[in-house]
Design a binder for this molecule. Structure first.
Ligand code: PLP
Length: 244
């Protein structure tokens, strides 16, 4: 078995065991494999191990990779079903002049933090494609330098985004301050969950909490993550960070 396949299996076991410990269903958490900086070959290896959802941060890199992965799967008739089931999630910062290719090539966007970006994604989502699934990124650490909408402005943004025709608002996403302390990790995720539960109580039909990465996966699952975004624990250490 390849290293990537072994890593995927190990993470799946961690997720299932942690969910059970927390009294959650084993299939209540989906794994998003974050493939940024890794090539199409690594993604194909993960696809052949059964992984279907991939997260990307850098637009140009991801567009090239989506084409290459599709071509790699098209070469094998037995892999057509896998190709059709692939999901691409954009999880990087979004510049407003780069929304069109995101609207055209992705299934999900986890990093919406402004109404203007959401409006553009909705306008640019091609007719005939399913609505673009959206998570709002929340700045739970409260630092001015950090990405994400401030918790105090979240409810208003959520109402406006939920009203856009070609988008489907699914939930919230956050990247807390890195901490090695398990209870600090849990406290940050609990904050996001509370915001999520408040929006649901206010009547928004949300079903997604996108939180947890390689280093804080267990804390996120215990606090209710429905999507965990895991990169290095699957693909290995990243050696570069391309621009754009
Ligand atoms: C890179 C990245 C991840 C994955 O991080 P790892 O620590 O490699 O698991 C998850 N979410 C976002 C938004 C990222 O940019």
């Amino acid at each position: 078995m390849s290293t990537i396949a072994q890593n995927l299996q190990a993470i799946a076991s961690t997720i299932v065991a942690t969910a059970r410990e927390a009294g959650r269903g084993a299939d209540s958490v989906r794994l998003l494999a974050v493939s940024k900086t890794f090539g199409a070959e690594a993604v194909l290896e993960a696809v052949r191990a059964g992984q279907r959802a991939f997260g990307e941060n850098y637009l140009q890199e991801s567009l090239d990779k989506i084409v290459a992965v599709r071509a790699g799967l098209a070469a094998q008739p037995a892999e057509q079903a896998a190709a059709a089931a692939l999901e691409w999630h954009f999880i990087g910062p979004i510049q407003s002049n780069k929304t069109r290719p995101i609207a055209e090539h992705f299934d999900w966007v986890h990093t919406v933090e402004r109404e203007k970006i959401a409006q553009r994604l909705s306008e640019q989502r091609p007719d005939g494609m399913a609505p673009l699934n959206i998570c709002l990124q929340v700045n739970i650490s409260g630092e001015a330098s950090k990405s994400g909408v401030a918790p105090a402005e979240l409810a208003e943004l959520a109402r406006r985004v939920a009203a856009l025709p070609k988008l489907r608002l699914r939930g919230l996403m956050a990247i807390p301050e890195p901490s090695e302390d398990y209870s600090a990790q849990r406290a940050a995720f609990a904050q996001l969950r509370q915001l999520y539960e408040q929006l649901r109580a206010d009547g928004l039909a949300l079903d997604t909490l996108s939180m947890g990465m390689s280093a804080d996966l267990r804390a996120a699952v215990v606090e209710g993550a429905t999507i965990v975004r895991v990169g290095s624990a699957i693909f290995g250490a990243r050696h570069y960070a391309p621009a754009g």
